[in-house]
Design a protein around this ligand. Structure first.
Ligand code: UGC
Ligand code: NI
Length: 165
């Protein structure tokens, strides 16, 4: 099985796949509520398309996966984006793959730092939510509801092994 080493998640490296959600000094922010709150503004592009499309806000309670991680499948959502923001400041594993003629190419793996989340752009191949460590982890997930099929899965002939840096 091919081995992939996860690398730190950065906006630049993740840009071909979507957005990094993070309240840091590199994004636009401004004070609101008479100075009692800072708004980190417009962090990710939410996309919903198709019949009766609407935005869903969910909580996913993910169980941890053993590491090294065996990646045998990636999926994509052709009708909408999908964002994952942890409710606890712990790292989690993000796996994506470029599209090559309708099939995923070689995956790439990232380790999200505490306080980072991701938004997969519509149609981006990605591994399912992958919690690491010893405890379950909750995430706010913003994605697409509505009519039609919004899930396409691809199973690799040979799984990849994802290792942490
Ligand atoms: N199935 C589901 O809602 N979750 C996946 O899309 C995922 O990316 O974890
Ligand atoms: Ni998904």
């Amino acid at each position: 099985m091919s081995r992939i080493v996860a690398r730190p998640l950065t906006r630049e490296a993740f840009a071909p796949f979507g957005d990094v959600i993070e309240a840091d000094g590199t994004v636009e922010s401004f004070l609101i509520n008479r100075g009692k709150c800072r708004r980190f503004h417009d962090l990710a592009k939410v996309e919903v398309t198709g019949e009766n499309a609407r935005v869903l806000i969910n909580i996913f309670r993910g169980e941890p996966y053993p590491m090294p991680h065996r990646l045998d499948m990636v999926e994509r959502h052709p009708l909408g984006s999908q964002a994952f923001m942890p409710l606890s400041p712990r790292p989690f594993l993000v796996t994506v793959a470029p599209d090559e003629g309708g099939r995923p190419g070689t995956p790439q793996a990232f380790i999200a730092a505490p306080g980072q989340g991701v938004n997969y752009a519509r149609g981006t191949w990605h591994g399912v939510l992958t919690v690491i460590g010893d405890e379950p982890q909750d995430f706010i997930v913003v994605d697409r509801g509505g009519d039609g099929n919004n899930l396409e899965e691809f199973y690799f002939d040979t799984p990849y092994v994802i290792v942490l840096p």
